[in-house]
Design a protein around this ligand. Structure first.
Ligand SMILES: *Cc1c(COP(=O)(O)O)cnc(C)c1O
Length: 472
């Protein structure tokens, strides 16, 4: 499998390089040169496999010869062994034709574990084989950080620096990151928003000298391997509900567009998906785009669904590339104008094509809270604010009620206990293995929103570069 950049100017890479590289050198994101496609019979043959077996089959064409069949299967078995539920991604029925897919049974209670538990092990495998070290830098609006840290802690070939927007994550989210006591884990609270953190990470990647010096890599959803791992649960749910002989729709609470792009990937592979519904909070750039073609960034508003407090959804570029018929130059041009003017130029016919598959709906904090209470009343399920936005969006934007609808439950309610308690009067308890989280010691440092400061900080304590020994 070869991977190409959405901006058309970076070299084509194989899986190992794409895994280690993160952002492409031309500022673009890597995507498969061709999507592997399964015919209906091949999909039927996957029915009834365990989650891990299915994952190995879905990922095999993407990882190609980077791992043998057994190596991949073993790696995945290990990655998902730490999940609390035997089904890994269980489906719960909400009403006559709607389901909740619970993606929060991993070690840090959000769907990010699905990809990052795999990513950490893939890094380890590939780096060991090559005798290399890397420095991982990631920006988090809350959940990526803890999932990445949990996946990379104590891995000898990896140093990990995670930036979070100071004071804008929930306390549980922050503590899950900052209470990990491992020498290769570095938490940095940035004075700014998540978009500022993400821009800092992009700034590091866009500095080729620094990038090579520390052997920089990414765990944000710009990393292709994360999308790859997330395709699996869409396939799993689709097969369970009758695919390929029946289409399914998914409703996904969306921030960086990575999770819903993985659903799009499953569709590119031939899984019949009728509709992809994007749920937003007040940071509604994506839903404004889908409603009216207006892709213009505004200030980030803090909400009770902080993992979606994002205005610039990195992974949207992957969809844009397809909407522009995979023209790298046109994608680069569109992204540059978006950066410069805050608005994305896109012809109406191309926007229409996006709206044939995608729909969006946005919800205020008040509506989200009412949604949490409403779902509890109607179904007995206690859901977190992100999940509530997904469920509400599905109810609002679903076109054909005869098509089964799966709403993606992206976080455990105990990850956002204040919002859930305010909505329902019930304070969700953390699972036993995290019950002492509030007593653990936190470790993090604070930093201004400044690229130079960040580079100095990383130079000072990564093990991949020999910077400290190099002449000034
Ligand atoms: C990350 C996250 C999201 C947003 O997912 P994207 O892939 O960024 O669109 C939604 N809900 C929760 C709980 C998350 O952690």
């Amino acid at each position: 499998m070869r991977y190409i950049s959405t901006r058309g100017e970076a070299p084509e890479l194989g899986f190992e390089e794409v895994l280690l590289t993160g952002l492409a050198r031309d500022g673009g994101l890597y995507v498969p040169a061709d999507w592997p496609q399964l015919a209906p019979d091949a999909w039927r043959a996957l029915r009834g496999l365990s989650y891990v077996e299915l994952a190995a089959r879905v990922m095999a064409p993407f990882v190609d010869d980077a791992l043998g069949e057994d190596e991949l299967l073993n790696l995945l078995a290990d990655a998902y062994a730490g999940f609390d539920h035997d089904a890994v991604a269980p489906l719960k029925q909400l009403d006559a034709n709607a389901w909740l897919m619970e993606l929060f049974h991993g070690p840090t209670l959000a769907f990010k574990d699905f990809a990052l538990q795999v990513l950490g092990r893939l890094f380890d495998h590939v780096l060991r084989k090559r005798g290399e070290r890397i420095t991982i830098v990631g920006a988090t609006s809350g959940d990526t950080g803890s999932a990445a840290i949990e996946a990379c802690r104590d891995r000898d070939a990896v140093d990990i620096f995670i930036l979070h927007p100071k004071g804008r994550t929930s306390e549980v989210q922050r503590r899950q990151m900052t209470t990990v006591d491992a020498p290769n884990v570095h938490n940095i609270a940035v004075e700014g928003s998540f978009d500022d953190c993400q821009d800092l990470v992009k700034g590091l990647f866009n500095d080729p000298v620094f990038r090579d010096e520390v052997n920089l890599s990414a765990v944000n959803s710009i990393n292709w391997a994360r999308i790859m791992a997330q395709i699996v649960y869409y396939a799993h749910a689709g097969l369970a509900l009758g695919a390929p002989d029946r289409a399914v729709s998914f409703s996904v609470p969306t921030g960086n567009f990575g999770n819903v792009f993985a659903a799009y990937g499953a569709r590119q592979m031939g899984l019949p998906i009728e509709q992809l519904i994007v749920g937003s909070n007040e940071n509604d750039i994506l839903t404004r785009f889908l409603d009216a073609g207006d892709m213009s960034a505004q200030e980030v508003t803090p909400t009770i669904s902080p993992s979606m407090d994002i205005q610039v959804s990195s992974n949207f570029e992957r969809l844009l590339f397809d909407l522009l018929d995979r023209d790298g130059e046109a994608t680069a041009h569109a992204m540059r104008s978006f950066r410069a003017s805050g608005a994305l130029p896109l012809e109406e016919a191309r926007w229409r094509r996006a709206t044939e598959l995608f729909a969006g709906a946005r919800f205020s904090d008040q509506e989200t809270a009412a949604g949490i209470a409403g779902v509890l009343e109607a179904t007995g399920e206690l859901i977190d604010p992100h999940t509530a936005i997904g469920v509400l969006a599905g109810w609002t934007a679903r076109r054909d009620p005869s098509v089964p609808l799966v709403s993606v439950a992206t976080a455990h309610p105990a990850k956002f206990p204040d919002a859930v308690e305010a909505a329902t009067g019930i304070r969700p308890a953390l699972p036993a293995r995290l019950s002492d989280l509030y007593e653990r010691t936190e470790r993090y440092e604070e930093m201004r929103n400044n690229l130079g400061d960040l580079q100095e900080r990383i130079r000072a304590s990564n093990r991949a570069s020999n910077w400290k020994g190099a002449p000034a």
